[in-house]
Design a protein around this ligand. Structure first.
Ligand code: HPA
Ligand code: ZN
Length: 337
């Protein structure tokens, strides 16, 4: 099963690029930008990655992002992530970035997006990995600040496919961002939102009804509402589930308790994603392996995660068809072995 998972074509739909900043790169960028760190070594930093909930992670994650200052830093960060994609047979990825984490520190919006975008273009040309970029608003900040961020993004509309909502879910419900999401949709952006990670099932309902999302990020608390579950199944609303993240942030006690396989079998369009791989212990292959090790699951079911992700992605129908064919061929070949 391990080799099947390793070579399975994968599509990632929930990855915060700032969350792919490995301690080693973090240290080398700190040195390059002459920033002193409160840790002695990358190993010491990694040891501090013990979280009890989302907020305890976010505090360390925003601190780590402080080493990102120049366009080259954002390029190097994104390029390192794309190398991991290549190793894991990720054929397409849709990447979140948090501009406010950087603009609030005086880094220009342009610096952030141009660094990331240049690496994504190189990833397409040199590694054959296709990608889309999703701009997230930090929900612990105000709606006015989100509106200002949307304004800053307008000159780069061609580089951003959708807007999303991340950071602290508790206390910052979807309705706080209803107007800015409406403005984003008017500008032609698709929308997604983190909901039902730590927050209630109602946040999933409100993300669909008030924010018009095309998919829900996390969404695992949907099981708390039977009517919502039925609605997700009937509407084929995708959930971008992040198994290792959910264990690290104590959303579930352990991987055996995780509901992703049950949701898949109930017909929910669940996908597997890494969220913040440098902080949560692994990239795409690691997440697939963690699920397969904790649950009895077939090759067909594992491939279904990719098929669901292809369907849920923001690529053209012809690209979807080409990627589905890749998975079909891979499954046919695997059945012969
Ligand atoms: N949830 C909310 N905000 C985030 C996350 C997450 O898992 N990762 C990075 N920002
Ligand atoms: Zn996330």
């Amino acid at each position: 099963m391990k080799t099947f998972i390793q070579s399975l074509p994968k599509v990632e739909l929930h990855i915060h690029i700032e969350g792919s900043l490995e301690p080693e790169l973090l240290f080398s960028l700190a040195q390059r930008n002459q920033i002193s760190l409160p840790y002695a070594s990358p190993e010491a930093l990694r040891k501090a990655y013990e979280f009890e909930d989302l907020q305890s992670f976010l505090d360390i994650y925003y601190q780590g992002a402080g080493v990102l200052q120049q366009k080259q830093d954002f390029y190097d960060l994104t390029w390192a992530y794309l190398q991991r994609c290549k190793q894991d047979n990720v054929i397409h990825t849709e990447i979140f970035f948090d501009p406010q984490t950087h603009t609030d520190r005086g880094v220009a919006f342009e610096t952030v997006i141009e660094g990331i975008d240049a690496a994504l273009k190189a990833g397409q040309q040199q590694l054959g990995i296709s990608s889309n970029l999703i701009m997230c608003f930090l929900r612990h900040l105000s709606e006015e600040q989100a509106i200002e961020t949307l304004r800053q993004a307008l000159p780069y509309k061609d580089k951003i496919v959708a807007v999303g909502l991340d950071s602290s879910e508790l206390g910052h419900p979807p309705e706080k961002f209803q107007r800015v999401f409406e403005q984003a949709r008017e500008q032609g952006f698709l929308t997604v939102a983190h909901a039902g990670e730590e927050g209630p099932a109602q946040n999933i309902v409100d993300s669909i009804e008030l924010l018009g999302v095309s998919r829900v990020d996390h969404g695992v608390r949907c099981v708390d509402s039977e009517s919502l579950l039925a609605r997700l199944i009937a509407s084929k609303m995708p959930l971008t589930v992040c198994p290792l993240s959910n264990i690290k942030l104590c959303v579930f006690d352990n991987m055996q308790q995780h509901n992703i396989v049950e949701l898949l079998r109930q017909g929910v369009a669940v996908t597997i994603n890494s969220d913040d791989p440098a902080y949560f212990g692994g990239y795409m292959t690691d997440n697939f392996n963690a699920v397969a090790n904790a649950h009895t699951i077939t090759m067909q079911e594992l491939a279904q995660f990719t098929i669901n992700a292809i369907e849920a992605s923001f690529i053209s129908d012809s690209q979807k068809q080409a990627y589905r064919l890749l998975v079909d061929r891979y499954l046919e070949k695997a059945a012969l072995i």
